[in-house]
Design a protein around this ligand. Structure first.
Ligand code: SAH
Length: 395
């Protein structure tokens, strides 16, 4: 295709030969005049061999690779990529009568850098993290309709807070398709919830904790559960189905507490085992008594949003986990997570180790958790790995 061109400096094609999907600005020798942000460009080696086609953007990552083959990025391309993504989810049994919520596209993990698509029952929520994906939203919407057939009634576009610069992109959140008579309830492992893509965080629900919630359900029987950072209460309603004695949910946002109550109520109407509190996590943990709980979930927001914040983030994880170890009943279980991409598994484990050492409790690792299969990690792009967790037994 006759796209504008970018030429790399000598030897800068090495990572591309290993299918890494980003081209940093330092690798670029020459680019055509008048490149518009978000447009598709062909990338050539210093020796003028074609190496990749991708979205151009001003910034440290100048090109996000869409394909390593010389091909046209047209409706057919988008349909192929989306149907490959859907087939993967279907082939691993993710779509079932009890589960209609899943991530259809996980950026680089589905060979579409900068694009997230989450599906909740009849609604897909598209989120762009690059100008190229933003500019492509109409054609992506068209491809999505074609690939999903009649199962999709609404497509909501939500990129107001995820694009690099808001100015001038017209990135307002809106329905690109449907939007009338939207069915509000979605299912995860047979449990109901209201995904709130319009007002909620991210695309409206954290689908990445699906498998970890299912594991928690198995541990919950007869336990007194404290779900810290509950957001929409996912872990809480699984704990209730698992036979917990009581479940307390805590989030500093009163909107989150409201959503949690709504989601618990729709699954377990008038069940007085559950109570939710709008409070700061550290304050709440400070005020509880030892032995109040024997299963505590710690799923805080990303403490390190970038590499510069790693040191403080590790302190935060240490403090939080130490507070839980300090109070949990003997024989208790802690589900502890970090969703910071900048914090590696090893760093997180070290922070939790330090917390355990401070508390002086005997702590053992029962399970090691990560992101689920609909958030795949492209092996050539390890940066796609972000969610990590530990299940701990505290004596
Ligand atoms: N566990 C949730 C996702 C957690 S997202 C799930 O399964 O869906 C992180 C949540 O932490 C957000 O809802 C945010 O409002 C809340 N939060 C952030 N800082 C907090 C604090 N200091 N104390 C309590 N909650 C906090």
């Amino acid at each position: 295709m006759n796209y504008k061109k970018i030429k790399l400096k000598p030897k800068k094609e090495e990572s591309l030969k290993r299918f890494h999907p980003w081209i940093f600005s330092g690798a670029v020798q020459h680019k055509d005049n008048d490149l518009n942000e978000g447009e598709v460009v062909n990338v050539y080696t210093a020796g003028n061999d074609f190496i990749a086609v991708g979205h151009y953007q001003i910034g440290s990552i100048e090109v996000r690779v869409l394909s390593f083959e010389e091909e046209e990025i047209n409706l057919d391309f988008w349909k192929r990529r989306l149907s490959t993504a859907l087939e993967l989810r279907k082939s691993i049994g993710l779509l079932s009568s009890g589960n209609n919520s899943y991530r259809l596209v996980h950026g680089e993990g589905d060979f579409l850098p900068g694009l997230i698509i989450d599906v909740y029952a009849e609604t897909a929520v598209i989120q762009s993290h690059s100008v190229g994906m933003h500019e492509s939203r109409t054609i992506i919407c068209e491809a999505l309709k074609a690939v999903m057939g009649g199962t999709l009634k609404n497509i909501y576009y939500k990129s107001e807070t995820t694009l690099p610069y808001k100015a001038g992109l017209g990135a307002e959140n809106e329905y690109l398709y449907g939007g009338k008579d939207v069915s509000e309830i979605a299912l995860e492992n047979g449990l109901k919830f209201y995904p709130d893509w319009v007002k909620g965080q991210k695309t409206g629900f954290f689908v990445d904790q699906r498998d970890n919630r299912a594991l928690l359900e198995k541990y919950a029987e007869n336990r007194k559960v404290l779900n810290m950072f509950c957001y929409t209460g996912g872990f809480s309603f699984y704990a209730m189905r698992g036979g917990a004695k009581l479940v307390h949910s805590v989030d500093s946002s009163s909107k989150a507490v409201m959503l949690t109550n709504k989601n618990v109520e729709i699954n377990f109407p008038h069940d007085d085992r559950h109570e939710a509190f709008a409070e700061d996590a550290f304050k709440f943990l400070g005020n509880i008594k030892s032995n109040d709980y024997d299963l505590i979930i710690l799923d805080p927001p990303a403490f390190a949003k970038h590499r510069g914040a790693i040191k403080n983030a590790l302190q935060g994880y240490k403090r939080l986990n130490a507070a839980a170890f300090d109070k949990i009943a003997s024989g208790g279980i802690v589900f502890t997570f970090s969703c910071s991409q900048a914090i590696s598994k090893e760093m997180f484990r070290l922070a939790v180790f330090s917390a355990a050492a401070i508390s002086g409790r005997k702590v053992r690792i029962l399970d090691q958790l990560n992101q689920p299969a609909d958030h795949p990690v492209n092996i050539y792009h390890p940066e796609g790995e972000y969610l990590k967790g530990l299940v701990l037994y505290v004596e």
